[in-house]
Design a binder for this molecule. Structure first.
Ligand code: SF4
Ligand code: SF4
Length: 142
């Protein structure tokens, strides 16, 4: 029987980027936090400003914080909201939250995704998405 709630497969898809324009979106404070981590770890990171205060963390190939051996994020506790809420995505152009079809679980369970409310299927990720959306609104008001 299929589980009706999202369970991450820990495949590599959301930490490996073929198209850098799909890399995670960061708020100012998250960019600063990653920059500091990068400096401490001797890793050079690239960012691109999308709108004032919102950045894209440019990743080509594996994210420098991804541990290929364990298939886990090395900064799991402090990773950006965009990573914590995936496979939910915040569109910075219009503030909508959508389910990413780049996620293997989503593709395999599309029948579930389209039959139940998002907050029931992705309870933890939805909380993070609300957090990101609230933060996004604060940025727009600045
Ligand atoms: S920060 Fe962690 S979760 Fe986010 S893309 Fe990098 S390795 Fe993946
Ligand atoms: S693509 Fe989906 S199932 Fe795979 S690691 Fe990312 S969130 Fe988990």
């Amino acid at each position: 029987m299929k589980l009706l709630e999202f369970r991450c497969y820990h495949c590599v898809h959301c930490c490996f980027f073929v198209d850098p324009s799909e890399s995670p979106i960061l708020f100012d404070d998250e960019k600063e936090m990653l920059e500091n981590l990068g400096k401490n770890m001797g890793i050079e990171l690239r960012f691109e400003e999308i709108i004032q205060g919102l950045w894209r963390f440019i990743i080509e190939g594996f994210c420098p914080f991804y541990n290929i051996r364990t298939r886990r994020c090395n900064i799991h506790r402090t990773k950006p909201l965009a990573c914590k809420m995936f496979p939910l995505l915040l569109n910075p152009k219009d503030g909508t939250i959508v389910v990413s079809r780049a996620c293997e679980w989503v593709v395999e369970n599309w029948d579930i995704v389209t039959s139940k409310p998002v907050f029931e299927i992705f309870p933890q990720e939805f909380k993070r998405a609300v957090e990101a959306y609230t933060k996004f609104l604060q940025y727009l008001r600045k």
